[in-house]
Design a protein around this ligand. Sequence first.
Ligand SMILES: [Zn+2]
Length: 335
Amino acid sequence: MLRIDMHTHIIPEKLPRFAEKFGYGDFIHLDHHRPGRANMMKGGQFFREICSNCWDPQERIEEYAQYHTQAQVVCTIPVMFSYWAKPQDCLELSRFLNDHIAQLAAEYPRHYIGLGTLPMQDTGLAIKELQRCREIGLVGIQIGSNINDRNLSEPEFFPIFEACQELGMALFVHPWEMMGFDSMRKYWLPWLVGMPAETSRAICSMIFGGVFERLPGLRTCFAHAGGAFLPTIGRIEHGYNCRPDLVAVDNAVNPRYYLGKFWVDCITHDARLLQYVLETAGEGRVCLGSDYPFPLGDLEIGAFIEAMGLPECTLERIYSANTLEWLGLEKESFM
Ligand SMILES: [Zn+2]
């Protein structure tokens, strides 16, 4: 059975020193301090250590083979988004990352599928780069759950979503720049508490802002099974019902109506929650994802799903059919 992991991150082995080049900012650079290891440095500060499976395409393919997974949808690491930078500089960085991923997808068409990144802080430049992403063979883009703390319902993002729909480019929304980061650094809380909240923030913003309502052909997938959104849909719907004056100001439609309209990955680390996600988001909207190669990911690539005893047809949907539909791709391209 074809298996595609639709949530994985990759970075070029060599990054230009963008901070030196542009003369400002905490652009990420890599310090290859020993073979197979690099420190991601944010400005002068250590951010995270990564291993060669973060950049080596062959090593990744071999590691995936152990988990019977043939293809990986690759996108950059959210800390690379750099929406805070000057738009033109973010565009240059985005182009560098997008060209790297496009080249990888062209070299290994059965193993890699590419998503791009955009300078979301500038609507015009973002749309231009979106068009270029399509031309170089990327099938969608990854964006953050907020853009410089602005929600995805803000009007400046709508033309970008509209262009995605028009060009048939898939959208992947990933949590980052977590709300409350500074007030809860201890215990890894930004990742454990902030990330699921960020993703719910993104979904609610797109629903209540009327993005899905106005763009029914926009194919959007949210990371980490939609974060806190699906488990709290009852509360969100109740809020819509009891305080429409606060909630339904831009879109009159019940939020529950949008269940089944967007995709989510399966990264729950919990079979019972995944069962609920399948029932809530719909069996046709849940995709195999891992967050490889990071430790908070499901690095056995869906082993917990195998143990659930799901019917073959459901597994086929999760492992490939739903992802192919989200990305607008055909199974035959991977056979
Ligand atoms: Zn991720």
